[in-house]
Design a protein around this ligand. Structure first.
Ligand code: CO8
Length: 260
């Protein structure tokens, strides 16, 4: 598959995806959203893949938002439709059956912050800045930011970011629970890969089921989420990895998971 605005390589069974529109600080135009949807489908369809790492090209920006040039002339119907279409792309990332790690290398603003929020883990370069500056443009977040930020950092902190439109530093993002880790910029990609390797040591089917239980179950009322967890626990019990992992522990040896 070839892309205009994404560079995609496979490394150790993980897709490494770099968003590259350097002239617009990697802002998400329509074409880039189509390509993000395609690469997310690829992650779902290729059973050899273990996950995806998403980052931005260059040192300055992860993604500086939706492409503002494409927003100016939207009427109400078009704007709502664009919002729904973009939300569907980010929801597909969030609901991916294998982990997606955002390597946030610089500005993650507006739609870029919303993209990072749709990923399962966020590793930030010390120089990164995040924010939802939309209200300063007379716009509001439309790719899930009003919903996902509060679920991750709590409503009070999310509202300050949403209503002031001010950026926060990587350290502050870590303090409030937005970032899983903050690292030196030169170590960003390698840290994402280290996390990927740590995940890869575990049972692949269990990783996938645990991810789905947490993400999909987390969007349900607690009773339904618990019932969903129990049903996935049942599915896990039917895998070879379950038998192998438990037998290896009891046999005091390292497991050899096959992802079946
Ligand atoms: N869209 C289009 N172009 C952009 C964007 C963007 N979001 N961000 C930066 N650029 C362009 C600039 O216009 C500039 O282009 P040029 O060189 O041709 O003038 C180039 O990138 C470099 O940017 P700057 O010169 O501004 O670089 P600075 O270092 O001075 O500033 C900033 C960096 C602070 C990141 C600044 O560029 C900025 O504030 N960018 C806009 C950030 C923003 O407001 N993002 C939110 C956009 S709205 C949004 O994301 C809504 C999402 C939901 C949409 C749902 C429905 C579609």
């Amino acid at each position: 598959m070839s892309f205009e605005n994404l560079a995609v390589v496979e490394n150790e069974h993980w897709l490494e995806v770099t968003i590259q529109r350097p002239k617009a600080l990697n802002a998400l135009n329509g074409q880039t959203m189509v390509e993000l949807a395609a690469v997310t489908r690829q992650l779902e369809e290729d059973q050899d893949l273990r996950g995806m790492i998403l980052t931005g090209a260059g040192e300055k920006a992860f993604v500086a938002g939706a492409d503002i040039g494409e927003l100016t002339d939207l009427d109400a119907g078009q704007a709502a439709r664009f919002s729904l279409q973009g939300q569907a792309v980010f929801t597909a990332i969030e609901r991916a059956s294998r982990p997606v790690i955002a390597g946030v290398n610089g500005f993650a603003l507006g739609g870029g912050c919303e993209l990072a929020l749709a990923c399962h883990l966020r590793v930030l370069a010390r120089t990164a800045r995040i924010g939802l500056p939309e209200v300063g443009l007379g716009v509001i977040p439309g790719y899930g930011g009003t919903q996902r930020l509060a679920r991750i950092v709590g409503l009070g902190r999310a509202l300050e970011i949403l209503l002031t439109g001010d950026m926060i530093t990587a350290e502050e993002a870590y303090r409030i629970g937005f970032a899983n880790r903050v690292v030196e910029p030169e170590n960003l990609l390698e840290t994402c890969r280290e996390i990927a390797r740590a995940i890869d040591k575990r049972g692949p089917r269990a990783v996938s089921l645990a991810l789905q239980a947490a993400v999909r179950g987390g969007a349900m009322p607690i009773e339904e989420g618990l019932a969903f967890e129990a049903s996935l626990f049942g599915l896990a019990a039917a895998t070879e990895d379950w038998k192998e992992g438990t037998a290896a522990f009891l046999g005091k040896r390292a497991p050899e998971f096959r992802g079946r």
